[in-house]
Design a protein around this ligand. Sequence first.
Ligand SMILES: CC(C)(COP(=O)(O)OP(=O)(O)OC[C@H]1O[C@@H](n2cnc3c(N)ncnc32)[C@H](O)[C@@H]1OP(=O)(O)O)[C@@H](O)C(=O)NCCC(=O)NCCS
Length: 185
Amino acid sequence: MNKSQPKPVKHSQTTITELMIPSYANFGGKIHGGILLSLMDKVAFACATKHSGNYCVTVSVGGVEFLQPVDVGDLVSLLASVNYVGRTSMVVGIRVIAENVKLGLVKHTNTSYFTMVAKDENDKPTPVPPLLLEEREEVKRFIEAMQMKRIEGSIKEKLDDVKSRTEVDKASEILKGQSCVIAYK
Ligand SMILES: CC(C)(COP(=O)(O)OP(=O)(O)OC[C@H]1O[C@@H](n2cnc3c(N)ncnc32)[C@H](O)[C@@H]1OP(=O)(O)O)[C@@H](O)C(=O)NCCC(=O)NCCS
């Protein structure tokens, strides 16, 4: 396969639909977040693998917030698209919707972004084809993903800085008003 030949977004768009069965539920009768994460990982893998033509691994996950619960009996669909391509990495956007077929209700539960890296037969990152952007919305998503990567990079730097400067000796002052008690043994 020619790896420098751009591939259209549509080539790798992937949808998984799965029925939420009782064994996926927690004690409150709602679907475990981990079940949805596992389905998101599967669809991200399928989408990234189709684009790259290689096996891919998950490197990072962004934007996971479950704002609406999913119920047993719902049909959950995960719609995945490659939004951005770097040298060996891809950002796969995943829109998750849950449908109550009986009531005809459709909920958008979350949209998350999985960064996947293509690996060669020696388990090393390998280049992926460029993305052919054929629609305005695809151009918009590519730019957004690029900007999100930059912001994540600068947040990571700031977090590393905060971690390196955490002053445990001043804890009783810093933690005043927080919901914790220091009780060293
Ligand atoms: C991710 C991994 C491939 C990076 O390997 P590496 O030798 O550091 O490779 P590189 O530095 O060349 O990075 C490869 C790509 O990953 C990207 N990347 C690395 N760390 C990243 C992070 N924390 N977040 C987002 N992207 C990241 C790099 O930007 C690069 O992308 P690009 O080629 O498009 O510019 C390696 O750490 C790995 O295999 N991790 C395990 C992944 C896995 O097994 N996941 C399954 C869950 S158990």
